[in-house]
Design a protein around this ligand. Structure first.
Ligand code: MG
Length: 188
């Protein structure tokens, strides 16, 4: 095979990979202000949490809600074959797990990393546990410091507004951008 042919063959292969859409294999969500509009360890809601007449409430009867686009976002990701993880630095992991139980989200979530510390550690453990490379992960969080930290690993990290959390629109757009970014970097 001569050199010219090799070059042409390589370009054809690259063009093919450019037109291919690549989805992440794993989507990771922060919890506080990303999936629900409060910090669980701020104790705005006093445990225990439970359902009363169809409403999830705290011990004082205050209603507890997640952001409106959940669990639709989880369903959308599952339909696309993308696994789901949660990564939270909360100081009250028991409360976070309790809410996930009560929201009935265990059927969506594959990996749980809920404990204080640097988020980079959470991601190193997620990588080990899942076997999924950082460059096939997409991450949603409302704090810029977490976005900065996790980006250094090569994860596609998306900052969300802490008042609206992750929305279906943001997730859909981020999946599209993920494909564009990955396909353009694989052809260069
Ligand atoms: Mg947060």
């Amino acid at each position: 095979m001569n050199r010219l042919f090799c070059t042409v063959a390589k370009n054809v292969a690259n063009n093919n990979s450019t037109s291919r859409i690549t989805l992440p294999r794993l989507a990771i969500f922060d919890l506080d202000h990303t999936v629900w509009p409060f910090g669980i360890d701020g104790f705005q809601y006093t445990p225990p949490y439970f359902y009363h007449e169809g409403q999830l409430i705290d011990v004082h009867g205050k209603e507890i809600r997640h952001f409106p686009d959940f669990p639709r976002i989880f369903e959308l990701l599952q339909e696309k074959g993308i696994q789901i993880a949660v990564a939270s630095r909360t100081k009250y992991p028991t409360g976070a797990y309790r809410l996930i139980d009560l929201f009935d989200w265990h059927k969506y979530i594959n990996y749980y990393h809920i404990y204080p510390g640097e988020k980079i550690k959470h991601f190193e453990r997620i990588n080990k546990e899942s076997g999924i490379d950082f460059d096939r992960m997409i991450f949603f969080d409302d704090e810029q410091r977490n976005i900065n930290d996790v980006s250094t690993l090569g994860v596609d990290a998306i900052l969300v507004n802490n008042e609206t959390g992750a929305t279906e629109k943001i997730v859909r757009e981020s999946l599209e951008n993920f494909a564009i970014k990955r396909n353009s970097s694989s052809s260069s």
